[in-house]
Design a protein around this ligand. Structure first.
Ligand code: NCD
Length: 315
C-alpha cells in the first residue's frame, strides 16, 4: 500500500506516468466516470480549506466514487482529545482512501503509519503540500510542454508557504532549473531549502525587488503572506502588501511567462491581471482536479481499460 506524504515519494518517471494519466482524464472524462464506483474517499481536514478539500471531493465524484469527511477539527473527535492515529484507524473502517490536512507538521505521516488505507497529505502546517505541487507541475508541463530548463521566480511568503517548499523540492530534480526567490528579508526561504540547493549545485538567487527580475522569468509563482502562521499581527500588517503584481509589472515580463498561484489570493495579484493570457492560476485549479483524479486511481491501483473504459482493479 502506498501513501503520498511528499512529492518526492514518486520518482520522476512515476510522476510522468501520473501526469500522462491526468492529461488522458482531461481529454476523456467520460471514460473515467465510473472508475471509482463503490469506493469512498474520506477528507479529514483539521485546518480550514476550501479549494483543496473541494478539489479532492470533485475528483472523487468525477470518478463515480463517494465522499465522507469533516472540514474542521472542531467537528471531529479531535475536539474530544482523540489522537490522529486513533482517528485514522477508525476512518480506515469507513473509507478506501483518505486525504488529510493538519496544522501540525508530520501529522499525516503519523496517520499513514497506523492506517490500513492510503493516506494523502493534503497540507501539514508550514511543511509540505504535495498535491498542490502535483497540480503546479501538471500545469507547467501541460502549458509549457516541459518540466526542465527554465527560470522560475517564487515570490511572497517563502518562509511559511508550504506550497513553495514542496515545489522547490520537486523541481530540484529536473535539469536546468534556476530559482529566483523574491521576498522581504523576514520571509526568505528557510536555510534547509537553500542548503539543499547548494549541496546539489542548483543555481538560485535571492532578491527583494520583483520588477528587476521580471524580464528573466519563464514562470512566476506568486504566494500570499501566510497570516495564520505569523506570531504577531503587526508583522503581518507590515508585510502583507509587500508585493502587488499589476499590469505595469506584467509589462516587464516576456510574452510567454506564466503566472501561477496556489490560491487563495489576497492582494498580491491585482484583479486587473486576471484577463492577461499569461495568468493561469484559475486553469491551475482545474488541473488540480485532474491530477487528484489520477492520484486517487494510482493509489487505489485502479486502471481503466483503453478501449472499453472498463475498470480493471490491480489490487
Ligand atoms: C495553499 C495552502 O493551503 O497551503 N492553498 C491551497 O491549498 N491551494 C496556499 C495558501 O493557503 O496560501
Amino acid at each position: 500500500m502506498r501513501h503520498l506524504m511528499s512529492p518526492l515519494d514518486f520518482s520522476v518517471e512515476e510522476l510522468d506516468q501520473l501526469f500522462d494519466l491526468a492529461n488522458d482524464i482531461e481529454a476523456n472524462m467520460e471514460k473515467y466516470s465510473r472508475a471509482c464506483h463503490g469506493k469512498k474517499l474520506a477528507t479529514c481536514f483539521y485546518e480550514p480549506s476550501t479549494r483543496t478539500r473541494l478539489s479532492f471531493e470533485s475528483a472523487m465524484l468525477g470518478l463515480g466514487g463517494s465522499v465522507i469527511g469533516f472540514s474542521e477539527a472542531s467537528s471531529s473527535s479531535a475536539s474530544k482529545g482523540e489522537s490522529v492515529s486513533d482517528t485514522i484507524r477508525v476512518i480506515s473502517c469507513f473509507a478506501d482512501i483518505c486525504a488529510m490536512r493538519h496544522p501540525k507538521e508530520g501529522a499525516p505521516k503519523v496517520a499513514a503509519e497506523r492506517s490500513s488505507i492510503p493516506v494523502i497529505n493534503a497540507g501539514d502546517g508550514g511543511h509540505q503540500h504535495p498535491t498542490q505541487t502535483l497540480t503546479d507541475l501538471l500545469t507547467i508541463r501541460s502549458l509549457k510542454g516541459r518540466l526542465h530548463h527554465f527560470t522560475i521566480g517564487l515570490c511572497g511568503d517563502l518562509k511559511f508557504g508550504r506550497t513553495v517548499h514542496s515545489l522547490i523540492n520537486a523541481l530540484a530534480r529536473y535539469e536546468g532549473i534556476k530559482f529566483i526567490f523574491i521576498s522581504p528579508r523576514e520571509l526568505m526561504v528557510p536555510d534547509y531549502v537553500t542548503d539543499m540547493l547548494k549541496e546539489r549545485n542548483i543555481p538560485y538567487e535571492e532578491v527583494i525587488r520583483l520588477e528587476s527580475i521580471m524580464p528573466q522569468l519563464d514562470l512566476l509563482y506568486m504566494t500570499r503572506v501566510q497570516r495564520e502562521r505569523f506570531f504577531n499581527e503587526e508583522d503581518y500588517v507590515r508585510l502583507k502588501d509587500f508585493y502587488i503584481l499589476d499590469k505595469a509589472k506584467m509589462k516587464l515580463a516576456g510574452p510567454d511567462m506564466l503566472v501561477l498561484h496556489p490560491l487563495p489570493r489576497v492582494n498580491e495579484i491585482s484583479v486587473e491581471v486576471d484577463d492577461d493570457p499569461r495568468a493561469v492560476y484559475f486553469k491551475q485549479v482545474q488541473y488540480g482536479v485532474y491530477v487528484r483524479m489520477a492520484l486517487i486511481l494510482t493509489l487505489l491501483n485502479i486502471r481503466v481499460d483503453e478501449r472499453e473504459g472498463e475498470k480493471i482493479c490491480l489490487t
